[in-house]
Design a protein around this ligand. Structure first.
Ligand SMILES: Nc1ncnc2c1ncn2[C@@H]1O[C@H](COP(=O)(O)OP(=O)(O)OP(=O)(O)O)[C@@H](O)[C@H]1O
Length: 295
């Protein structure tokens, strides 16, 4: 069975749209949660840093976007800044709803137009952000941040890979899965390197064994060595846990390394799609050729 079906998704922002209540820090209740994690002060800060929008009237951020993603598959999503990649990610996570269209996850309606995502469904799509420093609450230990999704879903979880018998052994398993020492559990984010912090956010995202992880430029804030190591880790986890990824990136080399298929977005539309090895072929869409040529 297909894991994810996105059908005819449309989203237009009006001139006064403020989807997450950034100006007053309030946000509506649906938006106050991201990936099952409460949007507290630190997450507000992340949104503020990453959503410096050019708020023009009637921006069609998603214009009839349709695609499918299979279990265990990685689909890369590339396109210039403002093409709609993050909007698509936010619609998938239920942070905002589409104006039209349908999202079906493992055969069940999931978000999309005017549909709320149930708490137990929300666990199945998680996200890893670009900036691990902003994604971890500086006041919480690594242990507390790691265990947050588990504590929210603990009683309902049927895990296949990790064993949730007690919190300490669960947190240790998570760190081991991302090749970090359990001795980091009682440290704070500032006591870790950028690469280690990103490993922690990956561990947190996979902790409740989602079906799909949205990787929103997961290596963009890292040095070249850490980037390669994180890509290697993501490939390994995909294999071990049978995860599917939607991998959003400007880095075509990274996308090619991890993805089975690639979609190219421009002005809210998917203008091209291909298997990885065909991205550099001559017969690609002119926009894809342009992206490839400037890479
Ligand atoms: N909350 C919002 N209010 C108004 N306009 C928005 C909002 N969010 C996105 N947009 C607009 O929608 C379009 C798509 O933005 P989006 O952030 O999805 O692009 P992107 O491809 O993820 O860009 P980047 O690669 O820079 O992250 C842009 O024109 C953007 O200005």
């Amino acid at each position: 069975m297909t894991l994810l079906q996105v059908e005819h998704l449309c989203k237009t922002y009006d001139a006064h749209h403020d989807d997450v209540g950034l100006e007053n820090g309030k946000g509506n209740r649906e938006n106050a949660k991201i990936a099952g994690v409460k949007r507290t002060g630190w997450l507000n800060t992340w949104f503020k840093q990453h959503h410096d929008y050019n708020k023009q009237a009637g921006v069609a951020a998603l214009n009839d976007v349709s695609f499918e993603l299979q279990h265990g598959e990685c689909v890369g999503l590339v396109g210039e800044s403002g093409s709609g990649k993050s909007t698509l990610a936010r619609c998938l996570l239920g942070i905002e709803s589409a104006d039209r269209g349908r999202i079906v996850l493992a055969g069940e309606a999931f978000g999309g137009h005017a549909r709320r995502i149930r708490h137990e469904q929300r666990r199945h799509i998680q996200i890893v952000f670009q900036n691990p420093t902003a994604a971890l609450n500086p006041k919480l230990t690594i242990r507390t941040s790691l265990l947050d999704p588990y504590r929210q879903y603990g009683h309902q979880l049927e895990l296949n890979h990790f064993h949730g018998d007690n919190e300490d052994s669960f947190a240790r398993q998570l760190l081991e899965a991302v090749e970090l020492s359990p001795s980091l559990l009682d440290r704070y984010p500032h006591q870790l390197s950028g690469g280690q912090r990103q490993r922690v956010t990956i561990a947190r995202a996979i902790s409740i064994e989602p079906k799909l992880v949205v990787l929103d430029e997961p290596t963009a804030s890292l040095d070249v060595i850490s980037q390669a190591a994180i890509l290697q880790l993501l490939a390994q986890l995909k294999q071990e846990l049978g995860l599917a990824y939607l991998f959003i990136s400007h880095d075509l080399a990274a996308v090619c390394k991890l993805s089975d298929r690639i979609m190219v977005m421009k002005d809210g539309c998917i203008v091209d799609r291909c298997v990885r090895d065909e991205l550099f072929a001559d017969e690609r869409h002119p926009y894809t050729r342009e992206l490839v040529s400037i890479f």
